[in-house]
Design a protein around this ligand. Structure first.
Ligand SMILES: [Zn+2]
Length: 237
């Protein structure tokens, strides 16, 4: 067996970081075993000689990836499911992924069957997949496996639906407080400073207060609001 490197504790070879090396007794012979942390998050203990020869570069995930990618290119054209798979794996095992702390960092894992290959994943979920939907876990603390996933409308859509159009009032000195779901009555004093008169359930109610306060303060109705005055029943005086 040709030695390619002299890796030892602390070194990184391929996807493996060697955490510890120890002599394992096999009875008639002894071998050095390396306890390693794989990039994918798993721990594995191959023979040190296999690491040094270049035979072992991961916990097995590297070969799975290569195999899966090759198989996928040959048999599966559904690139959407493929990207769903890559996203799931990255969130759970790629430490530098922006969402890792919410997934792998919290112990969320991908079930053995899906971890092994994207083919298994596609086989299991292709009938359930709905275009435009995202894969979600039913139990937020549970793993990615067939029993714990469902398909939900894409989050972007939800966010868009939640965004409310800006509500404006046709009356002067009335604005909509979308946080409290009420109409705010206010006006500006002679220095341009805002005076607030509270929040009301109805727009008309708020307008009546604003206009009346304006009249009280300035001695005349807000200019160019004749139509509003009759609507609000404020025209006299
Ligand atoms: Zn691995």
């Amino acid at each position: 067996m040709r030695i390619k490197n002299s890796a030892t504790t602390g070194d990184k070879v391929g996807r493996l970081r060697i955490k510890e090396v120890y002599q394992k007794d096999f009875g008639t012979y002894k071998k050095k075993v390396a306890i390693c942390q794989c990039d994918c998050g798993r721990e594995t203990s191959p023979n040190l000689s296999d690491i040094r020869s270049g035979k072992t570069v991961s916990c097995g995930c590297y070969n799975n990836d290569i195999k899966a990618e090759r198989e996928f290119k040959h048999g599966y054209a559904d690139t959407k499911l493929y990207s769903v798979y890559r996203g799931m794996m990255a969130r759970c095992y790629q430490v530098d992924h922006k969402s890792y702390h919410n997934y792998g960092g919290r112990g969320i894992e991908v079930c053995e069957r899906w971890f092994e290959s994207v083919i298994n994943f596609v086989e299991d979920v292709s009938d359930l997949y709905v275009d435009g939907y995202d894969m979600d876990r039913i139990n937020n603390d549970g793993c990615y496996c067939l029993e714990n996933i469902r398909w939900v409308p894409r989050k972007v859509n939800l966010r868009n639906k939640r965004k409310q159009p800006k509500v404006t009032s046709k009356y002067k000195f009335v604005s909509y407080d979308s946080f409290r779901n009420k109409w705010k009555s206010y006006m500006l004093d002679s220095d341009g400073k805002q005076m607030n008169f509270g929040r009301f359930n109805s727009e008309v109610e708020a307008a009546k207060v604003s206009y009346s306060k304006f009249k009280e303060y300035y001695g005349f109705w807000p200019p160019y609001c004749e139509d509003h005055l009759s609507e609000l029943g404020l025209s006299e005086g």
